[in-house]
Design a protein around this ligand. Structure first.
Ligand code: NAD
Length: 523
């Protein structure tokens, strides 16, 4: 069976010299071949990680300031090549031009945040000793990078996600191998080429193209895995990483809930729901996948949402700003969306707008609003990752919270109410790693706070101020003795006198009342 327009196949060998094994990359919008990349074998991955491992010590030795200089040159290269990267991204993902142009600025925002702060976040710290045993010692925490970090990426925001993870790791002093999705490797590969050839930066960044087998080979070689993708693959990576006892951070899928309370600004909430569900054709981990609306405003909200979705423009080709919703990334993804929607329609849901594959070539699904949905439907339980917006009426907040939390995922959620303080309180009752009050996706741009999923949505977190760079480091504790007598109280030879002295002093310091300090027993 064909996997459709975005199918990526090994090149046919044909007659003559055997071409290097590789993949063709096709645009999901029209099926045209937009490039080809090598399919890296396990041996090639091992060799590449070996090269990175060899180059990493000199990179670490540059220190945060030296590394920041190289990363600053990458920033300049990205700014000089932003349109070209966006064009590549648009071709390989099928997203609208405006969405393709967001990825480089988003990546630069993260890059600049960490570039400016790397020195401070990675500086040694010297906590004061807390007890007798370490009195007189100088304590140091030094942040030493994992030598090679593997960054494995999905296809929905290839450049933004790859750089948001790879740049903090580079600044931390690690060498980085990026494994882009087999569906969208071109823009990422071009950036890594720019780093090596145009910027002339040290050989501490590689792009290893290939499919899941290449990713699995990287998990076998790297010292830390930063993964973004599905929960299914995340679980597999966690198991393999556990076998090697290497750490990992997993950013996985979601089934984000939006709760619209009766006192919400409905105009804003409706616009946010439509953008939050349709952005990137619904292929964002934090897409709105379920909306729960309090009964008094349900009809009005649904009408507003349906009107806005009817107005969205979906086109395969054309000018740069004449489409709002693009293609899905592949025929396989389109099949998932079709299944969720058709099952919902067959079991009682109604499509107020859309509801089927778009009548045009390419992997397009109509922007869709579903009502009369039930929590048991697949479209309300599994990640759809498509341009669909299922809306459900609820009696009150309690019912909305119960339904929102009834999910194996817990990535993010949003609450809509004019009472901001109440919204912030409700956030504490939601089982999600991030909650936006009266806003959509805005946590994703808040680099100072961590982005991590709960439940099946992830392990660990990305960004989050200092955490976002220190996570790529192993804290190294160094204790140095300032006063160095010939022997210490705890060392040989053991004696009754030393033991008594030690026990008396520690008792005196740890007790909080005079009877115990002086060693008196209870009467
Ligand atoms: P996927 O899990 O199929 O693939 C992700 C990457 O893992 C690809 O590069 C793939 O080649 C690689 N891979 C596949 N099998 C592997 C294995 N056994 N070992 C190592 N690597 C392997 O995910 P996808 O379909 O590309 O992406 C969509 C998913 O990503 C959705 O679930 C979405 O919610 C999630 N996502 C999460 C975030 C987040 O920050 N939480 C962001 C974007 C996307």
């Amino acid at each position: 069976m064909s996997t459709g327009a975005n199918e990526i196949r090994a090149r046919p060998s044909g007659n003559g010299p055997e071409p290097a094994p590789g993949f063709e990359v096709r645009s999901p919008a029209d099926g045209c071949v937009v490039g080809s990349v090598p399919d890296r074998s396990a041996e090639e991955v091992r060799a590449a990680v070996g090269r990175l491992r060899g180059n990493q010590p000199a990179w670490e030795a540059l220190g945060p300031t030296g590394r920041s200089e190289w990363v600053g040159r990458l920033r300049n290269w990205l700014l000089d090549n932003d349109e070209r990267i966006a064009a590549l991204l648009q071709r390989e993902t099928g997203k609208p031009w405006q969405e393709a142009t967001l990825e480089v600025p988003g990546a630069i925002d993260v890059l600049e945040y960490y570039r400016k702060r790397a020195e401070r976040f990675l500086a040694d710290s010297h906590p004061r000793p807390h007890s007798l045993l370490t009195a007189g010692k100088r304590l140091t925490i030094a942040y030493r990078p994992y030598p090679v970090v593997g960054v494995i990426c999905p296809w929905n925001n290839p450049v933004l996600l790859a750089l948001a993870d790879a740049v903090p790791a580079l600044l931390a002093g690690a060498a980085v191998a990026i494994k882009p999705s087999e569906l969208t490797p071109l823009a990422t590969r071009e950036i890594v080429r720019g780093w090596r050839e145009d910027v002339g930066a040290p050989g501490v960044l590689e792009c290893l193209t290939g499919d899941g087998a290449t990713g699995a080979a990287l998990v076998k070689e790297a010292d830390f895995i930063q993964f973004t993708g599905s929960a299914r693959t995340g679980r597999e990576i966690a198991q393999r990483a556990a076998g090697r006892l290497i750490p990992y951070s997993l950013e996985l899928g979601g089934k984000d809930a939006m709760i619209v309370l009766a006192d919400a600004d409905l105009e804003r909430a409706a616009s946010a729901a439509v953008w939050g569900a349709m952005f990137n054709s619904g292929q964002a981990c934090t897409s709105v996948e379920r909306v729960f609306v309090e009964a008094p405003v349900y009809e009005e909200f649904v009408e507003m949402v349906a009107g806005r979705v009817r107005g969205l423009r979906q086109r395969a080709r054309g000018g740069r700003f004449d489409a709002d919703v693009g293609a899905l990334s592949s025929e396989a993804q389109l099949a998932i969306v079709e299944r969720h929607v058709s099952e919902a329609l067959a079991t009682g849901a109604r499509a107020l707008v859309g509801g089927k594959r778009a009548d045009m070539p390419g992997a397009f699904f109509e922007p869709t609003v579903l009502v009369d949905v039930e929590p048991s439907m697949r479209c309300m339980r599994e990640e759809t990752f498509g341009p669909t917006l299922p809306v459900m009426k609820v009696n009150d907040l309690e019912e909305a919270i119960g339904l929102a939390n009834d999910s194996s995922y817990g990535l993010s959620a949003s609450i809509w109410t004019r009472d901001r303080a109440r919204g912030e309180q409700i956030a504490r009752r939601l089982e999600a790693g991030a909650v936006n009050v009266n806003d959509m996706f805005v946590n994703v741009f808040a680099i100072r706070i961590p982005q991590g999923g709960w439940k099946q949505s992830g392990v660990g977190a990305r960004l989050g101020g200092a955490h976002g760079i220190r996570k790529y480091c192993r804290p190294q504790s160094v204790t140095a003795t300032r006063l160095a007598p010939k022997s210490e109280l705890l060392w040989y030879p053991y004696s009754a006198l030393k033991s008594k002295l030690f026990l008396r002093v520690t008792r005196f310091l740890s007790a909080r009342d005079w009877r115990r300090r002086l060693g008196r027993r209870p009467r």
